[in-house]
Design a protein around this ligand. Structure first.
Ligand SMILES: Cc1cc2nc3c(=O)[nH]c(=O)nc-3n(C[C@H](O)[C@H](O)[C@H](O)COP(=O)(O)OP(=O)(O)OC[C@H]3O[C@@H](n4cnc5c(N)ncnc54)[C@H](O)[C@@H]3O)c2cc1C
Length: 452
């Protein structure tokens, strides 16, 4: 029996714009096969909708929600190689494999994303400077494409398609399964050093001097601080904790996490709750509360996923939503970083703590975001003048040879994007071969002319 479509309102995680789409949600292989045998005229696959902008939305077309195609197919304990369907979430992998002594090799700041979504945006974590992106731990994928049916892609087989799909925002095909290498760990805990840095230069210098000692590194920046305190931040850097570093109780069951009740934001906050004063007070308190400390043992949920503890935290920004702006500057782009923070602080746009990370080498992914340098992530509420303000940040970023991240973007223009991603032409060629009729399309791909 054909799968019925439902009309569903979709938005990105930033809730900036919401559109009605025809939605399909297959749960069984026969449903997905029937859909792909006679696909809708225009559709985009969707995972758990954690992209902030319009990457998994398709105005006037269909959305294929694949979060129920989430079976684990096989696991080899000797090598840590897991084969699973694209809709398996990182949270499900952690639940099953941490008790067996394996962790994700790369994880974004939320575990509520699917494996396919992580590949389609080629996501990075706090360890990019050491390990690179998620796709670098993917050995092979199964991809349904309109022109060639189901194909296997890896570094050795259809490698051009593999690297177009890593960061290809769902436009090269439907990712059916992936084979990925998990990381063996001794416990579910992290050993973390906290360091207060009173301005941006101190944070950048500390990262440059000693990030190599830590697998994971991130700075939470108070982006409302100005003058001599511009960019003051708390650096949180850590490594997986070996069992012999754990306190006695945790040592007895090193993979068990303490129980925690989750908070939830049940309704949209009224827009006035988040204003420059309330956010400034929050940021100041956060900076004051975190002191220098060494070798603090925290569990992986506390370290990697602090925001997952508050369900639907995106409602804090009210009905109008917000955008997330992630700007990556090359290593000599420090002045650009300073100017961006100054512009935000003086704009009166309230923004919670920003995140600053250091990126290592790029990979061959044609639209993969990371490149060597520094990446700054800002949440900007949707208040009057947002579009002009974001365009001014785009110009600043271009001036310093930087680039934006598609998983976060909702506002940029096609000319800006193509200047930032010189391999867009090569991506378009592969896309044209795999999907000549442009069946796979999204609001994002049309906004940025990703398929030419
Ligand atoms: C709190 C929070 C923290 C975050 N932190 C980070 C971070 O630290 N680093 C980082 O890199 N990102 C980060 N992100 C962004 C997030 O990791 C990515 O947007 C991720 O791609 C979301 O996965 P998803 O399953 O929700 O996919 P969706 O958002 O639903 O879709 C993302 C893309 O994947 C495509 N896609 C989904 N399923 C398939 C499929 N089966 N086949 C083909 N294409 C598919 C979609 O078409 C879309 O283009 C964060 C997001 C949030 C909300």
């Amino acid at each position: 029996m054909p799968l019925n479509a439902a009309n569903v309102y979709f938005s990105g995680w930033g809730r900036y714009g919401c559109i009605l789409c025809e939605a399909y949600r297959p749960e069984h292989h026969f449903e997905l096969s029937a859909l792909l045998t006679s696909p809708p005229k225009s559709f985009i696959p969707r995972g758990l909708g954690r992209s902030y902008g319009d990457a998994a939305m398709n105005k006037d077309g269909a959305v294929l929600d694949l979060s129920r195609m989430n079976r684990m197919r096989s696991f080899e304990a000797e090598t840590g190689v897991l084969e699973c369907e694209g809709g398996v979430s990182l949270a499900e992998i952690l639940d099953v494999f941490v008790p067996r002594g394996f962790f994700l090799p790369v994880t974004p700041g939320t575990k509520f994303v699917t494996v396919a979504g992580a590949i389609a945006n080629d996501v990075h974590g706090k360890n990019h400077h050491c390990d690179g992106t998620f796709t670098q731990f993917v050995d092979a994928i199964g991809l349904w494409t309109p022109a060639r049916g189901i194909i296997t892609c890896s570094r050795h087989e259809n490698s051009d398609i593999f690297w177009a799909t890593a960061g290809g925002v769902g436009l090269t095909g439907v990712l059916l399964w992936a084979r990925l290498r998990l990381l063996p760990v001794e416990s579910a805990y992290m050993r973390v050093d906290y360091q207060r840095c009173s301005h941006l230069d101190e944070a950048l210098a500390a990262m440059e001097a000693s990030d190599k000692n830590y697998r994971y590194s991130v700075a939470w920046v108070d982006c409302l601080a100005r003058g001599g305190s511009l960019g003051r931040s708390i650096l949180m850097r850590g490594n997986h904790a070996p069992v012999n570093y754990l306190p006695e109780k945790a040592r007895r069951s090193p993979f068990r996490l303490p129980r925690r009740t989750k908070l939830a934001v049940p309704v949209d906050f009224p827009g006035f709750v988040l204003n420059p004063y309330s956010i400034k007070a929050f940021n100041t308190l956060f900076y004051a509360k975190n002191r220098n400390a060494q070798d603090v043992i925290v569990d992986y949920d506390q370290y990697f996923y602090p925001l997952d503890g508050i369900l639907q935290w995106n409602r804090l920004y009210g009905k109008k939503g917000f955008v997330q702006y992630q700007a990556t500057f090359p290593p000599d782009g420090r002045t650009g970083l300073v100017r961006m923070l100054e512009r935000l602080a003086s704009s009166g746009r309230a923004s919670f703590l920003a995140v600053l990370k250091c990126f290592g080498e790029s990979n061959p992914g044609l639209l993969s975001h990371p490149m060597p340098g520094y990446t700054l992530t800002l949440d900007i509420p949707n208040t009057p003048g947002l579009i002009e303000f974001a365009a001014s940040l785009d110009r600043l970023l271009l001036e310093y040879g930087g680039r934006l991240y598609l998983a976060k973007d909702a506002l940029t223009q096609p000319e800006t994007f193509s200047e930032m991603y010189p391999q867009l032409g090569a991506f378009r060629e592969i896309k044209a071969q795999l999907d000549p009729d442009r069946i796979l399309t999204s609001s994002l791909s049309r906004r940025l002319c990703l398929d030419g």
